[in-house]
Design a protein around this ligand. Structure first.
Ligand code: NDP
Length: 278
């Protein structure tokens, strides 16, 4: 299945859907990721803290798809934001994958109370300039954090991976990204096993289009201009989650799904201005 592209700044583009990999680890995780690549996934998400950079790297090495057609992402944990520490952690991420380089590296959380994310950003810039990673971005950064990166280093992230689903659409944050050519990646796009998939409004829209609830939600992401990274260990659901680009949601469908938004629709109360993840 071929996947359309989503475009950021200066010609940077990504496949418009990727594979989440949280909990896809060990040999079973590698098998699931190899299957996903065979189905057509090209963008793979991972993180130092998921303890599965090894499984993701093994899948890339085992897959019959050429290395340069795949995009491997990992993320820097909060406990390693100090510059020297961040440099070593990025090297360690690359070593764990068994690959020569990673395509995308993100700062996992800003941890603003610690206030070391600008230092971490300088380490990402340096690691990219050394060729260890190709593109640099952030995750869970609010506009104020991104503006500090711009002011202090002159460099904006290529993408920001944030919590984004119909309960928490983050309209202003997405508009800020768009105005700055930053690709919005959506984590927990399907609500991570909460009641979102069973929501009656979603189920009704899905039934009218003859698709599943998961597909209706992912088609909503495509229409709001975000890149979802659904995770599934099932081949059937991985396939379903790729097959969303021909679903034409109407403005009325978008308004109905939009009505599910909650002022704080976060799944786990992880407000990036307060939340600390190490
Ligand atoms: P998702 O919203 O992707 O939901 C995953 C759950 O939905 C799993 O239980 C999966 O089960 C199920 N599922 C997947 N596809 C379908 C389908 N078509 N129909 C029914 N059920 C389905 O949650 P995640 O929290 O995993 O988010 C996705 C990815 O985002 C993560 O894996 C991780 O890579 C990233 N992430 C990043 C964060 C950050 O701070 N940057 C935070 C959280 C996540 P099954 O596997 O059995 O199919």
């Amino acid at each position: 299945m071929s996947i359309p592209a989503i475009e950021g700044r200066s010609g940077f583009a990504l496949p418009a859907v990727g594979l989440g990999t949280y909990s896809l680890d060990g040999n079973a995780g590698t098998d699931a990721i190899v299957e996903a690549i065979a189905l057509g996934y090209r963008l793979l998400d991972s993180a130092f803290n998921y303890e599965n950079e090894g499984a993701v790297g093994a899948a890339v090495r085992r897959s019959s798809v050429a290395r340069d057609e795949l995009l491997v992402t990992s993320k820097l944990p909060g406990r390693h934001h100090r510059y020297d520490d961040a440099i070593t952690t990025i090297e360690e991420s690359v070593l764990r994958t068994g690959l020569d380089y990673l395509d995308i590296y993100l700062i996992h959380w800003p941890n603003p109370l610690e206030d070391q994310y600008v230092e971490a950003w300088r380490a990402l810039i340096e690691s990219r300039d050394r060729g260890l990673i190709r593109h640099i971005g952030v995750s869970n950064f609010l506009p104020e954090h991104i503006e500090r990166l711009r002011a202090e280093t002159g460099e904006l992230p290529a993408l920001n991976q944030i919590e984004l689903h119909p309960y928490f659409p983050q309209t202003e944050q997405v508009a800020y990204h768009e105005a700055n050519g930053i690709i919005t990646e959506a984590w927990s796009p399907l609500g991570r096993g909460t009641d979102l998939l069973a929501n009656p409004v979603i189920a009704a829209v899905a039934a009218e289009h003859g698709v599943t609830s998961a597909q209706a939600i992912l088609a909503w992401h495509v229409r709001v201009g975000a890149l979802p990274i659904p995770k599934s260990r099932s081949l059937e659901r991985q396939r379903e989650n790729l097959d969303v680009f021909d679903i034409a949601l109407s403005d009325e469908d978008m308004a109905r799904i939009g009505s599910l938004a909650r002022p704080d629709g976060r799944l786990a109360n992880q407000d990036p201005s307060l939340y600390q993840e190490f």
